[in-house]
Design a protein around this ligand. Structure first.
Ligand code: CP
Ligand code: NVA
Length: 304
């Protein structure tokens, strides 16, 4: 049987995603109650990181250990991947020795090529185009704090980047409407917008996007790989900040989320992390639980 991969949210049905989130919430409760679990005993996850990470590395590595398995950190600096060994050759070899492979890289095509040659599940842990693992945690968090997101309005304030693209996929999968507020020239991918036009509205006004929304989300102005654009982006995004004034135009029960790392004084004002609407710490912890559920789903094909 061909391996199941998780490269975008489109790799799972809505029913599978909802089952996964329910399972993630159960794992969260069990783990917080001190219960142990060894469903992935003797299993190995290879983790390929071509970009920096705190949450993704810690959550996958801790998650595998907590499920009785192990995770192996591979950086291009000290593997043959960084010296030009073809992606497909690396995929055949690595996947012949481990149970799943997680990749954080630049071009989305890299994870697609790796997955096409891999005999084991491949997980996209962020590319320039998508960050689906973060959406599992975000959707789990909303569900735990507010219930179903179906029919809700979500406001994305900032760059039309990898996180924004995964929010567009989530709007389709989970049945909510996404308002994207971004500066001109920083819109999400036009083809993705075209595919999901009934679910997404693009505006250049943060207030318009946030009005009445049940969830406000943002991300850094300059993503990894865009360090040279930091100055230009600081001026383009100056008016695209989530702050208490913007929260005031949203629904009074609205949540604030951010995938982190956060830049206080840029995409959020300093007080937002601890604002009464903020779910950021809960959201960050849920990376652990959501990905443990994902690993069990992909490696064992079970959600119980
Ligand atoms: N949100 C997120 O993916 O964080 P890291 O870059 O620290 O992994
Ligand atoms: N858009 C950000 C997300 C970091 C988790 C980046 O790609 O750097």
């Amino acid at each position: 049987m061909a391996a199941r991969h998780f490269l975008t949210l489109n790799d799972m049905t809505t029913a599978e995603l909802e089952g996964l989130l329910d399972h993630a919430s159960r794992l969260r409760k069990e783990w917080r109650a001190g219960q142990t679990r060894d469903t992935l005993k003797n299993r190995v996850l290879a983790m390929v990181f071509e970009k920096s990470s705190t949450r993704t590395r810690v959550s996958f590595e801790a998650g595998m250990t907590q499920l009785g398995g192990t995770a192996m950190f591979l950086s291009p600096r000290d593997t043959q991947l960084g010296r030009g060994e073809p992606i497909e050759d690396s995929a055949i070899v690595i996947s012949s020795m481990v149970d799943a492979v997680m990749i954080r890289t630049f071009a989305h095509e890299t994870v697609e090529r790796f997955a096409s040659a891999s005999s084991k599940p491949v997980i996209n842990a962020l590319t320039d185009e998508f960050h689906p693992c973060q959406l599992l945690a975000d959707m789990q968090t909303f569900r735990e704090l507010r219930g179903s997101i179906r029919g809700a309005t979500v406001a994305w304030i900032g760059d039309g980047n990898n996180m924004c693209h995964s929010y567009i996929n989530a709007a389709e999968r989970f049945g909510f409407h996404l308002n994207v507020a971004c500066p001109e020239g920083y819109e999400p991918d036009p083809e993705l917008l075209r595919q999901h036009e009934s679910r997404v509205t693009v505006t250049h006004s943060p207030e318009e996007a946030a009005r009445g929304a049940q969830l406000l989300v943002t991300d850094v102005w300059a993503s990894m790989g865009q360090e040279d654009e930091q100055k230009a982006r600081e001026s383009a995004f100056r008016d695209y900040q989530i702050n208490p004034a913007l929260m005031n135009v949203a629904d009074k029960e609205a949540l604030f989320m951010h995938c982190l790392p956060a830049h206080r004084g840029e995409e959020i004002s300093a007080e937002m992390m601890e604002h009464s609407s903020s779910a950021v710490w809960h959201e960050a912890e849920n990376r652990l639980h959501a990905q443990k559920a994902l690993l069990e789903f992909l490696i064992l094909n079970r959600l119980d």
